[in-house]
Structure formats: C-alpha cells, structure tokens
Design a protein around this ligand. Structure first.
Ligand code: FAD
Length: 422
C-alpha cells in the first residue's frame, strides 16, 4: 500500500549515508508528506569511506564529504535534527521518543542506524575515548582525532588487518609514521579475499615499510603513569611494540537496540525482507543495520557498504512513492590503498577456483572467484573498466565454459560475456 498523502510522515532514525540517500530519494520520487531525519552525530549525512582515505590524509574536508548541504535539505523540506538520539519506539501509538523526552509521530518509520566499531575485550581498550591515543574509526570526530596524531616519526600500532586497518596504514606511511599492523589470523583480509590476494596486499604493505605481523594476537597494552595514554602494545608471543598511537579496526556491531526495544526481530542486524521491510508494515530498516535475504546467494546477508545502503534507501523510497523499484544489484565495495584501487563484486565464500587475469607484479589485475564454473565474485585492482564487466558476469550468473576465456588478456572481457553460455 502506498502512503503518500501530504499529511503522511516519514521518520528516519539515523542521519548517515542510507538516511541521507533515502530522504533525497523520497522527495525526488514525489513523496509529499513530512520527512524528518533524526541523527545523533552533529553532522549532516556524510560519506564514511573517506574517513580512512582522503579525509584522514587531509585531502578532503567536511564539506567535501557531506552528501548534501543544509540549504539543499531545507529546499526539499527535509527536517534534519542533529545531535539527537532516538531512544524508543511506540508501535501502537506510532511515535518515537527522543533522548530529551520529546516525541515524534510517524506514519512510516525507517531505521538507518548503521553500526559501531567492535571494541576489543582487552583491559584498557574497552572504552573508546578513555585514552588520548586510542582510536576506533567510524565518525568524522574519530577521524579528526586520529588525524591530529598522524605525525611524522610517530609509532602507530594498528590492530586488525581488514580494509580499515590497511587503509589507515597506507595513509600513515604517507605521513611518515612507523606503522605496525597486528592481525590475529594467518593472513590479512582473510574473511573477504583469496590467500593469493592477501599475500599480494601483505607484500604491498611490507614493501611500503609496514611491519605487518600476521598470526599475532594482542595480549594487553601498557599505559603511562598518568593513566591517559598507551605507551606500548604487548602480544601473546611476547613481542612488545612501543606506540604513540593505537588504532583498532576489528569489525562492526550493528546498532539494533531501537529495533529490539520495538520488539522487531534482530539476528545479526534488523531482520527485513528483500524490500527492507520488517514484520511491521510501517517500519523498514536499511544500510549496515539491516539483514536481508539474498536470492543470488540463497541466504541472509548483512552488508557494510555504501552501494548497499544506497540501493536499500532507493528501494524504500520507490515503495513509499509507488514508483518502480530499482533493479537488484550484486554486492560491491572498494578500497583505496597507496596507488591501488581495489574494487570487489560479489561474495567469494565457497569458491572452488581462482582465475587471475593480468599479473600481480604489474599492480593491475582482476581475480575471478568461480564456483561450479560460475563467476561468483571478482577482485579488480586498478582495472575499473573490466570491473564493470565483471559485475555483469557475477550478476548474470554466467557459466564459463573455459577459464582461459577469463585469463587470456587478448580476449576482451566484453567478448567473453557474449561467448559464454548461460
Ligand atoms: P551510517 O553511515 O553509520 O549511519 C548511521 C547513523 O545513525 C550514524 O550517524 C549513527 O550515529 C546514527 N544513529 C544510530 N543510532 C541512532 C539513534 N538511536 N538515534 C539517532 N541516530 C542514530 N563502504 C564502501 O562501500 N566502500 C568503502 O571504501 C568504505 N570505507 C569505509 C571506511 C570507513 C572508515 C568506514 C567507517 C566505513 C566504510 N565503508 C565503506 C562503509 C560505509 O561507510 C557504510 O556501509 C555506510 O556508511 C552505511 O551507511 P548507514 O547509513 O547504514 O550507516
């Protein structure tokens, strides 16, 4: 059912990427009622990817990473309330309660609450903000705090060899810091890429001067006499690494508390259907906080990526405006480290074969993950054009008759798409 009367009210909890995209798409789609966004951060919706890239390195400022200006929201009659937290939902009364005790009515409620960094359960590291040189990275505030400490010659210890940890390592090396990365697993990016890709990135970082230690678990940290800064990080194997600053990048916890309080199903994110609807027909959940079924992968997934936040926002906007839904898309993501632009499409878990087109040593290649002769995912490094074609190979679930067709650089991937058998 489409609710689009001028009296209808869409209330968005959160003012992050998904929320900003949704508010704009609602207006563009002709939603005539009130649109209110309530966000606990003091900033208008902004892009988080630059927080570990151009914003952290000082090449982009806050204006550059904001999705839209205040004037644009005003013009579109989008009411943006910042520094304000939603603490409760009354589904029967159709209103939310804010931290200051006030209430906001809704007809349609959209939860776009994102997530928060997973905190390491190690004495001294549990309370982000308690130590002056301990950093978790999710917000502009976190990035600004970290940026001020990226000083030439400082020793930075990064816990976690995932995308965020490795991107911070790349920026810090460019700023002349001594960088150590500690990864518990035997290789970096272990949950998302093939061992060959992990090895490539390990060599890139080591080549750039990063002291990268895999299979290394942190035991505890040493704190200075005034109890306000970390001086060293101790590892289970006995290594002690002096630190001027410490960055922890070990994953994300979805913010599901508001949904739980509202009695909605939560299971590694707020449970929604393929159209981002919860079991309550008037409540939706989009972006990093939501867990949706994927027909492509035959299971539920929770994605932490901008393309997913944007797609779910546009899907809900289309539903509420009675417009055609945007086409389903395969999950994709990117990561910038040094001169390397990595673009990833699909989820590679369960692949049975890796086929590489191009050479790692040229720092330009694309790795295809196959399962039962279908391309299920691809990692492209400095190959933006071929990445677009790889997206189609994954999305169309194309069967590959010979892997030479993928590997052979004399065959354009475009032709390959035509010559494969569905
Ligand atoms: P968010 O952008 O996190 O927004 C949620 C907002 O809701 C937050 O502001 C939060 O404070 C607010 N909120 C939560 N609870 C409440 C409440 N109760 N009341 C009011 N407000 C509330 N993705 C990519 O695709 N490519 C990348 O290269 C990439 N790099 C990244 C680098 C970093 C450092 C980080 C942190 C993320 C990166 N991501 C990247 C992930 C991407 O930024 C997220 O997937 C995206 O921001 C998700 O948008 P969202 O709106 O779901 O959540």
């Amino acid at each position: 059912m489409v609710h689009n009367a001028t009296s209808d009210r869409a209330l968005i909890v959160g003012a992050g990427h998904a929320a900003g995209e949704l508010a704009g798409s609602l207006r563009q789609g002709g939603f005539a009622g009130g649109i209110t966004m309530v966000g606990e951060e003091p900033h208008l919706p902004y892009q988080r990817p630059p927080l570990s890239k151009a914003f952290l390195s000082g090449e982009a400022d806050i204006e550059a990473i904001q999705l839209k200006s205040r004037a644009t929201y005003d013009k579109a009659r989008i009411d943006v309330r910042l520094s304000m937290r939603v603490v409760g939902v009354d589904r029967a009364g159709k209103h939310v309660t804010l931290a200051d005790g006030s209430r906001e009515r809704y007809d349609k409620l959209i939860l776009a609450t994102g997530g928060r960094p997973r905190v390491l359960d190690i004495p001294g590291l549990q309370a982000p903000g308690s130590l002056t040189n301990l950093h978790y990275l999710r917000t502009i505030r976190d990035a600004e705090r970290m940026r001020h400490q990226l000083k030439h010659g400082f020793s930075l210890v990064i816990v976690g060899g995932g995308y965020i940890g490795l991107e911070v390592a790349a920026v810090a090396r460019r700023h002349g810091l001594r960088v150590t990365v500690l990864e518990t697993l035997p290789r970096v990016l272990a949950r998302v890429t093939a061992p060959e890709l992990s090895l490539f990135y390990e060599e890139v970082h080591r080549g750039a001067g990063v002291d990268l230690r895999t299979g290394t678990m942190i035991r505890d940290v040493q704190i200075d006499e005034s109890a306000d800064a970390i001086t060293a990080v101790s590892c289970m194997n006995g290594d002690v690494i002096p630190a001027d600053l410490v960055v922890i990048g070990v994953g994300l916890i979805p913010n599901t508390e508001v949904a739980e309080q509202a009695g909605l199903a939560v299971d590694n994110g707020i449970v929604v259907d393929e159209f981002a609807r919860t079991a309550d027909p008037d409540i939706f959940a989009i972006g990093d906080c939501s867990n949706h079924p994927s027909s492509l992968y035959g299971r539920r997934i929770r994605l932490e990526s901008v393309p997913n936040a944007v797609l779910q926002a546009r899907t809900v906007a289309a539903l509420l405006c009675g417009k055609p839904l945007p086409p389903a898309a395969v999950p994709w993501f990117w990561s910038d480290q040094y001169d390397l632009k990595l673009q990833i499409v699909g989820l590679s878990q369960g692949y049975d074969r890796l086929v590489v087109r191009g050479k790692f040593e040229d720092r330009s290649f694309i790795a295809f993950y196959l399962r039962d002769a279908h391309v299920v995912a691809a990692d492209a490094v400095n190959r933006p054009k071929e990445f677009l074609l790889a997206k189609r190979l994954v999305a169309d679930n194309i069967s590959i008759s010979s892997t030479d067709q993928l590997r052979d650089e004399s065959l354009p991937l475009q032709d390959l798409l035509k010559s494969t058998i569905n």
